[in-house]
Design a protein around this ligand. Structure first.
Ligand SMILES: CC(C)(COP(=O)(O)OP(=O)(O)OC[C@H]1O[C@@H](n2cnc3c(N)ncnc32)[C@H](O)[C@@H]1OP(=O)(O)O)[C@@H](O)C(=O)NCCC(=O)NCCS
Length: 306
């Protein structure tokens, strides 16, 4: 796969120093830095999710990296821990620090989904985001796409990016603070005629079928990676014979060191609670501190493309 490492933009930074950046395709080496930037923007993502989705559509993963003309600029470098690529595309430690990312991937041959749109906080408002966005949109072309909009950017997506069709479903995120203790004892812990199983390979076909009913298309390439992510666990709820599936769910660690549940789909609330109960109590996911309290409502927006 070819990397088109063109300098996208040259911006004037603080103290009138020139800030140059280029936009290129993300690599696995960038993932840690990307997750750090996402966390600095108070947004959360699973630690292995990017790797799973990158297999699906690697060309939709875009980053911006800052480039420096000479050593005098070293003090200006953002402090990233991750390894990045040098200007000539070779791997190097922080030689060209990643300062932002934007992802738009085909989850179906004709439908894309956009996410992970973020820039290092101190570099917001310098044209880095829009440069990555344009490169990502080149990948999506004229096909339809969806995204989740955080409230503060809803009008930007709707009025300026063409995402004019809000979905009737929303993603609601609950986040805990330090003092909050989640009461998991109230979750449903058993349901007659219902069994919970770890999702092992023999369950894949049935779970992929169930997932396809929820999503409207088959995610056979992606889901086995999701079920096998490092530090994650996945359970399926079925009838006693295992013939009929009532739901499935996954738990994983995220970029702020907490546990994150999802995807979780179920026929009803009780099955969803039962799956949550198992995910929290019976999985080996190290960090079980869940997220509650601060309520963020994220609205799914869809693009034009009639
Ligand atoms: C959203 C974000 C990625 C934008 O990146 P940025 O580098 O700060 O934005 P830019 O400097 O490129 O924006 C330049 C202009 O393009 C606009 N713009 C940015 N992205 C755009 C998009 N996708 N579509 C249309 N316009 C856009 C900006 O509003 C700005 O307009 P203005 O000059 O009239 O103010 C960045 O602010 C960020 O990381 N925010 C926190 C994380 C977040 O909320 N992400 C979105 C989750 S849904």
């Amino acid at each position: 796969m070819e990397h088109h490492n063109i300098v996208s933009s040259i911006m004037i930074g603080k103290n009138n120093n020139m800030i140059k950046f280029r936009v290129r395709q993300m690599t696995i080496n960038d993932v840690n830095t990307v997750l750090e930037i996402w966390a600095k923007n108070n947004l959360h993502e699973g630690t292995q999710t990017i790797q799973s989705f990158m297999i699906q559509d690697p060309e939709g993963f875009i980053v911006a990296e800052q480039i420096f003309d000479d050593d005098d600029d070293q003090d200006e470098k953002p402090k990233n821990d991750g390894e990045t690529m040098t200007n000539n595309g070779e791997s190097g430690q922080n030689s060209a620090p990643v300062i932002g990312m934007c992802v738009g991937i085909f989850v179906h041959p004709t439908i894309a989904f956009i996410g992970l749109y973020g820039v290092q906080p101190e570099l917001h408002g310098r044209g880095i985001g829009i440069a990555m966005w344009k490169r990502m949109m080149d990948h999506i072309g004229s096909l339809n796409a969806g995204l989740y909009a955080v409230p503060e950017h809803l009008t930007m997506y709707r009025d300026r990016a063409g995402f004019q069709n809000p979905d009737d479903r929303m993603l609601i995120i609950y986040e805990s603070d330090q003092d909050d203790h989640l009461n998991v004892d109230i979750l449903v812990n058993s349901i007659p005629e219902t069994k919970i199983h770890l999702i092992t390979t023999e369950w894949y076909n049935k779970v992929i079928d169930y997932d396809a009913h929820v999503h409207g298309y088959i995610r056979a390439k992606l889901l086995p990676h999701v079920f096998n992510e490092e530090g994650s666990a996945a359970f399926v709820a079925s009838n006693m014979t295992g013939e009929k599936i009532f739901g499935y769910g996954c738990i994983r660690t995220n970029n702020i060191g907490k546990a994150m549940i999802g995807p979780l789909y179920a026929d009803n609330d009780a099955i969803a609670e039962l799956l949550m109960h198992y995910l929290i109590f019976y999985s080996n996911v190290q960090t079980r501190q869940m997220e509650t309290l601060l309520l963020i409502i994220i609205i799914a927006m869809f693009r034009m493309n009639e």
